[in-house]
Every structure is written in structure tokens, then in C-alpha cells.
Design a protein around this ligand. Structure first.
Ligand code: SAM
Length: 355
């Protein structure tokens, strides 16, 4: 029986993706545009099987500490963009971050992710000092930074201070699309250069994109896949775009659960060894988002370890989950929920197998 999508037989495309871990841009477009429930089901099944072969049923956890809601940037999709005058702004002190780490360590976290807007208060000296303090107190833990675009020398300083990993989504590999999502002065080329610098320095690097961002189509997703194939990052974070009412994209449609899961499955087959988080955005659009992400080949979750009183202020998009199962203090409930469907949440740094 033929399974034709356009010029292609989709079973042949899946076979090629699974065995060679690559597709051409045209093949990606055919697969994404031509997807059917049947194709999707087969893709997700193979993606989960691949994850089982590489990482087993183990799920890695990261404690997410949202360092600052101040941002000098004005990204059109983001709720903490500079232009949102109604955003509540806060920044965490070193003491506050260290107490988050203490609580996280007790809960079983061995990776702390410091994420924030591009806040000029956090100078290279301050970031390096903070990284050093955490590494000194918790030498068994990995420190991940996600603080946006910096110069190569700043990235080098953070690395020398002990930072192990850096998360910087490329957002979209297409220059024109990138320009439409970001203010003047920001470019896909600079973003990509930052990622290459980070990789060169020796960080474990995470990249990624939003699914369904305004202006995205199969062709642009295909470009994202080709870019990620060439970067070969240690982790790829993708989640649905979710509109925020105080941004220019307030009335744009959000990304769908269906396409997000499909793209997670595609990523697992293209980059079998990469870490794939089942993101907060995914969990924010569906109560079973995490389990569905795992079933599509994801193997990381990043519960929120920020001080409870600031969680609401790190308001990237409408309905961002930060309580219940997204809250680090409820880790036990997450462990129970995931173990009920066969996964094992582990106390481990959870390093990527990508070299
Ligand atoms: N400033 C750092 C940076 O640029 O990488 C880290 C913080 S930034 C807010 C973290 C991520 O949130 C972005 O990479 C973006 O993909 C995601 N994000 C922002 N607004 C979003 C929205 N409306 N829907 C879904 N994800 C969003």
C-alpha cells in the first residue's frame, strides 16, 4: 500500500529519518505539511522507542530559577518584553538563589537553571560570582545559564566561573522570520553566532524554538530542523507559542499541542542523543502535556524552583503554569504521575550523551 504525501511515501521518509537521522529541507516540508493522524502515531511510536534505546525510561529533572523579570529586549511575543509597562519586575539576590538551590538539592535536583530576561543589573562580575557560589556549595550539581545574548568573552567568563550549560533558543533559523519576531537590531545571525561561541567554549548547549510562532510555516520549520542538525546541540527545547495579552501578538493564534508533539518526535529521530524537555509551555496548554511529551520522545522536565512569591511575575505568556505539578515542591506528585505511566525520575545531573 502506498502512503503518499505529495511526491513522497511517508513510510519511506520515516525509515530514512530513523536510520539516517536526516531529511532534506523538501522532505521535511512534505512530512510536516502532509502529516496525518496515522503518520503522527507511527512517528511518535518510533521516537519513543528511540528514546528508550538511548536513555531508557529515565527522566531528568532541572530546577528552574527565574532570576529576573527585567529585560532590555522587546521581543514581540514575550510577556516580560521591555515595552510591557504593566509587567511586574523583580530580581533575585544571591541569598535568595542560594536558598532556592538548598531547597532544590534537598528535593533531589542536581541541575539548577538560572533563567532571566536580559537584565543589565546582572553584570559579568555578578553572574560569575553567583555561579561560583553555587558551584562551591553544590559541587555535585550542574549550573545552567539562560540569560540571553552576551559577548563571547562574557560567556567565557561564566564558563571559567563554573557554568556547565547554556540555554539559548535560536527561536527561528530564518532571518526574515527572526526579524518579524524581534525588534530592530536583533538578528538570527547573531543568535546563531552566540550558539556557536557557546559550543566552542565547551558548554553543553541547548537551543530550540516556539512551535506556531506568528509567521511560522513548514518551510521555516524545515529550516529550523536543518539548523539544529548542523548545530547538534546537547538539548533542544521546544514548546507551543502562547499569546500574551500585553504584547503585539495578543490576538495571534497559539501553537497547537498536535504540532508540538509531532515536532518533538521529529527531533528525537533526527537527534537521538539530544535531551528533549517536555516544556512548561506544553504543560500549560494541556494537563497531560508532560506525559504526552514523554510519549513523543522527551526525557527532561524543568519544574519551577523560583521563590513562590515571584513566580507569577515571570509572566512570559498567558496561563503559564507555575503551581501544581510545575512547582518543584510538588516533585513527589510529578514522580508519581510519571511513574504511573512507566517513567523513572532520577536524582542525577542528567548530562547529555551528545559530545
Ligand atoms: N532572555 C533569555 C533568552 O532570550 O534566551 C531567556 C528568557 S526567554 C523569556 C525564554 C524563552 O521563553 C524564549 O526563548 C522563548 O522561546 C520563550 N517564550 C517567550 N515568550 C513566549 C510565549 N509567548 N510563548 C511561548 N514561549 C515563549
Amino acid at each position: 500500500m502506498q502512503n503518499l504525501i505529495g511526491q513522497h511515501d511517508w513510510l519511506e521518509l520515516l525509515d530514512k529519518l530513523e536510520s539516517m537521522h536526516t531529511l532534506t529541507e523538501a522532505e521535511w516540508v512534505a512530512l510536516i505539511d502532509g502529516r496525518t493522524p496515522e503518520l503522527s502515531e507511527e512517528l511518535l511510536k518510533r521516537a519513543r522507542r528511540t528514546c528508550d534505546e538511548v536513555y531508557g525510561k529515565r527522566v531528568f529533572i532541572r530546577g528552574l530559577i527565574e532570576l529576573s523579570s527585567y529585560c532590555r529586549n522587546d521581543c514581540l511575543y514575550c510577556g516580560i518584553r521591555r515595552g510591557n509597562k504593566e509587567a511586574v519586575r523583580y530580581r533575585l539576590s544571591n541569598e535568595s538563589v542560594l536558598s532556592c538551590c538548598e531547597q532544590g538539592h534537598e528535593l533531589g535536583f542536581r541541575t539548577f537553571v538560572l533563567q532571566g530576561g536580559e537584565d543589565p543589573y546582572y553584570t559579568d562580575d555578578r553572574v560569575s560570582e553567583l555561579v561560583g557560589l553555587i558551584k562551591k556549595r553544590y559541587p555535585d550539581c550542574a549550573v545552567t545559564l539562560s540569560l540571553g545574548e552576551k559577548s563571547r568573552s562574557s560567556y567565557q567568563r561564566f564558563f571559567d566561573a563554573g557554568a556547565d550549560r547554556y540555554l539559548l533558543r535560536h527561536e527561528t533559523a530564518n532571518e526574515e522570520h527572526y526579524s518579524s519576531l524581534h525588534p530592530e537590531g536583533m538578528s538570527a545571525a547573531v543568535r546563531k553566532q552566540c550558539l556557536r561561541d557557546l559550543r566552542d567554549i565547551g558548554y553543553q548547549v541547548g537551543s530550540g524554538f516556539m512551535v506556531g510562532s506568528p509567521g511560522q510555516d513548514a518551510k521555516r520549520l524545515a529550516e529550523d530542523m536543518k539548523f539544529l542538525e548542523s548545530l547538534n546541540p546537547h538539548m533542544v527545547g521546544i514548546g507551543p507559542f502562547i499569546p500574551h495579552s500585553k504584547t503585539p501578538y495578543a490576538n495571534e493564534p497559539g501553537g497547537t499541542l498536535e504540532l508540538t508533539l509531532f515536532m518533538i518526535g521529529c527531533l528525537r529521530l533526527m537527534l537521538p542523543k539530544t535531551l528533549l524537555p517536555s516544556t512548561t509551555a506544553l504543560a500549560s496548554i494541556h494537563p497531560q502535556g508532560h506525559e504526552m511529551g514523554m510519549a513523543a520522545g522527551a526525557n527532561v522536565i524543568m519544574p519551577n524552583l523560583s521563590p513562590v512569591e515571584f513566580r507569577e511575575a515571570y509572566d512570559l505568556y498567558e496561563g503559564k503554569a507555575h503551581s501544581g505539578l510545575e512547582a518543584a515542591e510538588n516533585l513527589k506528585a510529578v514522580i508519581n504521575k510519571l511513574s504511573a505511566v512507566g517513567y523513572e525520575v532520577v536524582v542525577d545531573r542528567g548530562d547529555s550523551l551528545v559530545l
